[in-house]
Write a protein that binds this ligand. Structure first.
Ligand SMILES: NC(=O)c1ccc[n+]([C@@H]2O[C@H](COP(=O)([O-])OP(=O)(O)OC[C@H]3O[C@@H](n4cnc5c(N)ncnc54)[C@H](O)[C@@H]3O)[C@@H](O)[C@H]2O)c1
Length: 268
Protein backbone atom coordinates (compact mmCIF):
# COMPACT_ATOMS: atom_id res chain seq x y z
CA UNK A 1 0.00 0.00 0.00
CA UNK A 2 1.26 3.49 -0.84
CA UNK A 3 2.49 5.46 2.12
CA UNK A 4 0.39 8.52 2.93
CA UNK A 5 3.16 11.15 2.81
CA UNK A 6 5.56 9.51 0.35
CA UNK A 7 7.73 12.14 -1.31
CA UNK A 8 6.48 14.97 0.94
CA UNK A 9 8.79 16.95 3.20
CA UNK A 10 7.81 18.08 6.68
CA UNK A 11 9.70 20.75 8.67
CA UNK A 12 9.19 20.21 12.41
CA UNK A 13 10.32 22.55 15.18
CA UNK A 14 10.73 21.13 18.67
CA UNK A 15 11.31 17.80 16.95
CA UNK A 16 13.64 16.23 19.50
CA UNK A 17 11.10 15.48 22.22
CA UNK A 18 7.45 14.96 23.01
CA UNK A 19 4.90 15.72 20.33
CA UNK A 20 7.41 16.91 17.71
CA UNK A 21 9.41 13.72 18.00
CA UNK A 22 6.29 11.53 17.74
CA UNK A 23 5.17 13.43 14.64
CA UNK A 24 8.65 13.10 13.09
CA UNK A 25 8.64 9.32 13.54
CA UNK A 26 5.06 8.91 12.34
CA UNK A 27 5.63 10.96 9.18
CA UNK A 28 8.88 9.13 8.45
CA UNK A 29 6.94 5.85 8.70
CA UNK A 30 4.49 7.28 6.17
CA UNK A 31 7.28 8.04 3.72
CA UNK A 32 7.89 11.75 4.44
CA UNK A 33 11.32 13.37 4.49
CA UNK A 34 11.85 15.07 7.84
CA UNK A 35 13.66 18.31 8.62
CA UNK A 36 14.00 18.18 12.40
CA UNK A 37 14.82 21.44 14.20
CA UNK A 38 15.45 21.66 17.95
CA UNK A 39 17.62 23.46 20.46
CA UNK A 40 20.49 21.02 20.77
CA UNK A 41 21.56 22.71 23.98
CA UNK A 42 20.11 23.74 27.27
CA UNK A 43 18.36 27.10 27.79
CA UNK A 44 18.14 28.65 31.27
CA UNK A 45 14.37 29.34 31.29
CA UNK A 46 12.39 27.29 32.02
CA UNK A 47 14.77 25.34 34.22
CA UNK A 48 13.37 21.95 33.19
CA UNK A 49 14.79 22.26 29.68
CA UNK A 50 17.66 19.83 29.20
CA UNK A 51 17.79 19.75 25.44
CA UNK A 52 20.92 18.32 23.92
CA UNK A 53 22.29 17.29 20.56
CA UNK A 54 21.91 13.70 21.66
CA UNK A 55 18.11 13.95 21.43
CA UNK A 56 18.38 14.98 17.79
CA UNK A 57 21.00 12.33 17.04
CA UNK A 58 18.77 9.66 18.59
CA UNK A 59 15.85 10.79 16.46
CA UNK A 60 18.04 10.65 13.34
CA UNK A 61 19.10 7.07 14.17
CA UNK A 62 15.50 6.03 14.72
CA UNK A 63 14.19 7.61 11.53
CA UNK A 64 17.03 6.11 9.50
CA UNK A 65 16.37 2.79 11.21
CA UNK A 66 12.88 2.97 9.74
CA UNK A 67 14.38 3.55 6.31
CA UNK A 68 13.40 7.23 6.42
CA UNK A 69 15.29 10.35 5.35
CA UNK A 70 16.01 13.10 7.83
CA UNK A 71 18.06 16.27 8.21
CA UNK A 72 18.62 17.38 11.81
CA UNK A 73 19.46 20.94 12.75
CA UNK A 74 20.37 22.29 16.19
CA UNK A 75 19.12 25.85 16.50
CA UNK A 76 16.78 28.22 18.26
CA UNK A 77 13.47 29.34 16.75
CA UNK A 78 14.32 32.85 18.02
CA UNK A 79 17.50 33.02 15.96
CA UNK A 80 16.99 34.23 12.40
CA UNK A 81 20.31 32.84 11.12
CA UNK A 82 19.56 29.37 12.56
CA UNK A 83 16.10 29.33 11.01
CA UNK A 84 17.29 30.59 7.63
CA UNK A 85 20.09 28.02 7.48
CA UNK A 86 17.91 25.10 8.58
CA UNK A 87 15.30 25.90 5.94
CA UNK A 88 17.90 26.19 3.19
CA UNK A 89 19.70 22.97 4.27
CA UNK A 90 16.38 21.12 4.30
CA UNK A 91 15.39 22.45 0.91
CA UNK A 92 18.83 21.56 -0.51
CA UNK A 93 18.45 18.02 0.81
CA UNK A 94 14.86 17.35 -0.22
CA UNK A 95 14.04 19.87 -2.95
CA UNK A 96 11.31 21.77 -1.09
CA UNK A 97 8.94 21.79 1.87
CA UNK A 98 5.28 20.70 1.90
CA UNK A 99 4.27 20.79 5.56
CA UNK A 100 5.34 22.91 8.53
CA UNK A 101 4.58 21.59 12.01
CA UNK A 102 5.43 24.63 14.11
CA UNK A 103 5.58 23.04 17.49
CA UNK A 104 8.59 24.25 19.53
CA UNK A 105 7.42 25.63 22.82
CA UNK A 106 8.06 26.06 26.51
CA UNK A 107 5.76 26.44 29.51
CA UNK A 108 6.18 27.80 33.01
CA UNK A 109 4.12 29.08 35.92
CA UNK A 110 3.99 32.48 37.61
CA UNK A 111 1.39 35.16 38.37
CA UNK A 112 1.35 37.77 35.60
CA UNK A 113 2.47 40.59 37.89
CA UNK A 114 5.27 38.53 39.38
CA UNK A 115 6.89 37.35 36.15
CA UNK A 116 10.14 39.10 35.29
CA UNK A 117 10.37 40.88 31.94
CA UNK A 118 12.90 38.28 30.93
CA UNK A 119 10.53 35.40 31.70
CA UNK A 120 7.65 37.06 29.82
CA UNK A 121 9.75 37.88 26.77
CA UNK A 122 11.54 34.52 26.66
CA UNK A 123 8.30 32.61 26.61
CA UNK A 124 6.52 34.82 24.09
CA UNK A 125 9.65 34.94 21.91
CA UNK A 126 9.84 31.16 21.68
CA UNK A 127 6.16 30.24 21.53
CA UNK A 128 4.82 33.05 19.34
CA UNK A 129 7.61 35.06 17.69
CA UNK A 130 9.55 31.87 16.92
CA UNK A 131 6.48 30.43 15.20
CA UNK A 132 6.22 33.53 13.01
CA UNK A 133 9.97 33.57 12.24
CA UNK A 134 10.02 29.96 11.06
CA UNK A 135 6.92 30.52 8.93
CA UNK A 136 8.56 33.59 7.36
CA UNK A 137 11.31 31.40 5.88
CA UNK A 138 9.18 28.34 5.07
CA UNK A 139 6.28 30.11 3.36
CA UNK A 140 8.19 31.15 0.19
CA UNK A 141 8.91 27.45 -0.42
CA UNK A 142 5.22 26.57 -0.05
CA UNK A 143 4.26 29.42 -2.37
CA UNK A 144 6.71 28.03 -4.91
CA UNK A 145 4.73 24.78 -4.95
CA UNK A 146 1.34 26.53 -4.79
CA UNK A 147 0.39 23.99 -2.12
CA UNK A 148 1.16 23.30 1.48
CA UNK A 149 -0.01 23.15 5.07
CA UNK A 150 1.09 24.98 8.21
CA UNK A 151 0.02 23.55 11.56
CA UNK A 152 0.81 25.60 14.66
CA UNK A 153 0.75 23.65 17.90
CA UNK A 154 -1.18 26.00 20.17
CA UNK A 155 -2.98 24.51 23.20
CA UNK A 156 -6.27 24.71 25.03
CA UNK A 157 -4.45 27.73 26.50
CA UNK A 158 -4.89 29.34 23.07
CA UNK A 159 -8.65 29.35 23.60
CA UNK A 160 -9.07 30.06 27.32
CA UNK A 161 -7.31 31.72 30.27
CA UNK A 162 -4.85 29.78 32.42
CA UNK A 163 -4.15 30.40 36.09
CA UNK A 164 -0.50 31.45 36.65
CA UNK A 165 0.27 30.97 32.95
CA UNK A 166 -0.66 34.32 31.40
CA UNK A 167 2.45 34.50 29.22
CA UNK A 168 1.79 30.96 27.98
CA UNK A 169 -1.89 31.66 27.25
CA UNK A 170 -1.07 34.99 25.59
CA UNK A 171 1.50 33.33 23.32
CA UNK A 172 -0.89 30.51 22.42
CA UNK A 173 -3.77 32.93 21.69
CA UNK A 174 -1.30 34.86 19.54
CA UNK A 175 -0.75 31.81 17.36
CA UNK A 176 -4.48 31.77 16.59
CA UNK A 177 -4.35 35.34 15.27
CA UNK A 178 -1.23 34.56 13.28
CA UNK A 179 -2.72 31.42 11.72
CA UNK A 180 -6.07 33.01 10.89
CA UNK A 181 -4.35 35.94 9.18
CA UNK A 182 -1.93 33.73 7.27
CA UNK A 183 -4.86 31.55 6.17
CA UNK A 184 -6.29 34.64 4.45
CA UNK A 185 -2.96 35.63 2.91
CA UNK A 186 -2.12 32.15 1.68
CA UNK A 187 -5.46 30.79 0.47
CA UNK A 188 -4.84 32.17 -3.05
CA UNK A 189 -1.73 29.95 -3.19
CA UNK A 190 -3.62 26.82 -2.12
CA UNK A 191 -1.87 26.85 1.27
CA UNK A 192 -3.84 25.97 4.41
CA UNK A 193 -3.02 27.23 7.91
CA UNK A 194 -4.51 25.84 11.13
CA UNK A 195 -3.91 25.78 14.86
CA UNK A 196 -4.02 22.65 16.99
CA UNK A 197 -5.33 22.82 20.56
CA UNK A 198 -4.48 19.79 22.70
CA UNK A 199 -5.38 19.42 26.35
CA UNK A 200 -2.49 18.19 28.56
CA UNK A 201 -0.29 15.74 26.65
CA UNK A 202 1.91 13.09 28.22
CA UNK A 203 5.34 14.54 27.29
CA UNK A 204 8.55 15.71 28.99
CA UNK A 205 6.98 19.20 29.23
CA UNK A 206 4.59 18.04 31.92
CA UNK A 207 7.37 16.19 33.75
CA UNK A 208 9.30 19.48 33.63
CA UNK A 209 6.42 21.51 35.03
CA UNK A 210 5.96 18.99 37.84
CA UNK A 211 9.64 19.29 38.65
CA UNK A 212 9.48 23.11 38.77
CA UNK A 213 6.41 23.04 41.01
CA UNK A 214 7.74 20.22 43.23
CA UNK A 215 4.68 18.15 42.54
CA UNK A 216 3.48 15.19 40.47
CA UNK A 217 2.51 15.06 36.80
CA UNK A 218 -0.96 13.99 37.93
CA UNK A 219 -1.30 17.23 39.93
CA UNK A 220 -0.08 19.28 36.93
CA UNK A 221 -2.66 17.56 34.73
CA UNK A 222 -5.38 18.23 37.29
CA UNK A 223 -4.62 21.94 37.42
CA UNK A 224 -5.30 22.64 33.78
CA UNK A 225 -7.87 19.96 33.56
CA UNK A 226 -11.46 19.49 33.58
CA UNK A 227 -11.22 16.95 30.80
CA UNK A 228 -14.78 15.66 30.36
CA UNK A 229 -13.55 12.22 29.39
CA UNK A 230 -12.06 10.46 32.41
CA UNK A 231 -8.38 10.77 31.43
CA UNK A 232 -5.69 12.93 33.04
CA UNK A 233 -4.02 13.64 29.70
CA UNK A 234 -3.88 12.53 26.11
CA UNK A 235 -0.97 10.74 24.43
CA UNK A 236 1.37 11.88 21.66
CA UNK A 237 -0.33 9.35 19.32
CA UNK A 238 -3.52 11.40 19.60
CA UNK A 239 -1.65 14.48 18.44
CA UNK A 240 0.03 12.49 15.66
CA UNK A 241 -3.35 11.37 14.29
CA UNK A 242 -4.64 14.96 14.26
CA UNK A 243 -1.51 16.26 12.52
CA UNK A 244 -1.70 13.48 9.91
CA UNK A 245 -5.33 14.31 9.22
CA UNK A 246 -4.77 18.07 9.02
CA UNK A 247 -1.68 17.71 6.82
CA UNK A 248 -3.37 15.31 4.43
CA UNK A 249 -5.73 15.76 1.52
CA UNK A 250 -8.73 14.61 3.55
CA UNK A 251 -8.53 18.00 5.26
CA UNK A 252 -8.28 19.88 1.96
CA UNK A 253 -10.94 22.44 2.89
CA UNK A 254 -9.83 23.02 6.47
CA UNK A 255 -8.04 26.33 6.90
CA UNK A 256 -8.06 29.29 9.27
CA UNK A 257 -9.69 27.19 11.96
CA UNK A 258 -8.85 25.75 15.35
CA UNK A 259 -8.64 21.98 15.69
CA UNK A 260 -9.36 20.98 19.27
CA UNK A 261 -8.25 17.70 20.91
CA UNK A 262 -9.24 18.45 24.46
CA UNK A 263 -11.03 15.34 25.78
CA UNK A 264 -13.99 17.71 26.20
CA UNK A 265 -12.21 20.24 28.43
CA UNK A 266 -13.35 23.40 26.68
CA UNK A 267 -16.98 22.31 26.87
CA UNK A 268 -17.21 23.16 30.57
N1 LIG B 1 2.54 18.85 26.92
C1 LIG B 1 1.38 19.46 26.98
O1 LIG B 1 0.58 19.24 27.91
C2 LIG B 1 0.94 20.40 25.88
C3 LIG B 1 -0.43 20.63 25.69
C4 LIG B 1 -0.83 21.46 24.66
C5 LIG B 1 0.11 22.07 23.84
N2 LIG B 1 1.44 21.85 24.07
C6 LIG B 1 2.38 22.50 23.13
O2 LIG B 1 2.92 21.51 22.29
C7 LIG B 1 4.23 21.86 21.86
C8 LIG B 1 5.17 20.68 22.08
O3 LIG B 1 5.28 20.46 23.47
P1 LIG B 1 5.67 19.05 24.12
O4 LIG B 1 4.57 18.69 25.03
O5 LIG B 1 6.09 18.10 23.09
O6 LIG B 1 6.90 19.57 25.01
P2 LIG B 1 8.40 19.03 25.14
O7 LIG B 1 9.04 19.92 26.16
O8 LIG B 1 8.37 17.58 25.36
O9 LIG B 1 9.03 19.33 23.69
C9 LIG B 1 9.21 20.65 23.23
C10 LIG B 1 10.43 20.70 22.34
O10 LIG B 1 10.59 22.06 21.88
C11 LIG B 1 11.98 22.37 21.93
N3 LIG B 1 12.20 23.81 22.04
C12 LIG B 1 11.91 24.59 23.11
N4 LIG B 1 12.34 25.84 22.88
C13 LIG B 1 12.90 25.85 21.64
C14 LIG B 1 13.53 26.85 20.87
N5 LIG B 1 13.68 28.10 21.33
N6 LIG B 1 14.00 26.52 19.65
C15 LIG B 1 13.89 25.25 19.18
N7 LIG B 1 13.30 24.26 19.88
C16 LIG B 1 12.82 24.55 21.10
C17 LIG B 1 12.47 21.62 23.17
O11 LIG B 1 13.89 21.47 23.17
C18 LIG B 1 11.72 20.31 23.07
O12 LIG B 1 12.43 19.34 22.36
C19 LIG B 1 4.59 23.12 22.65
O13 LIG B 1 4.42 24.25 21.85
C20 LIG B 1 3.61 23.11 23.80
O14 LIG B 1 3.36 24.40 24.27
C21 LIG B 1 1.87 21.01 25.05
Amino acid sequence: MAKEFEGKTIFITGAAKGQGRAVALAFAKEGANVIAFDLGSRIPYPAYNRSSNEDLEKLKDEVEGLGGRIVIFAGDVRNEEDVKLAVSRGVDAFGGIDILFSNAGIAAYGNSWELTSEQWHTLVDINLNGGWLVSKYVIPHLIEKKKGVIIYNSSIAGLRGMNRMSHYAASKHGLVGLARSQAIELAPYGIRVVTLHPTGVNTPMNDGLAELEHTTVEEIAERSAGNLLPVPWIETEDVVEAVKYLAGDKARFITGSQFVIDAGLLTR
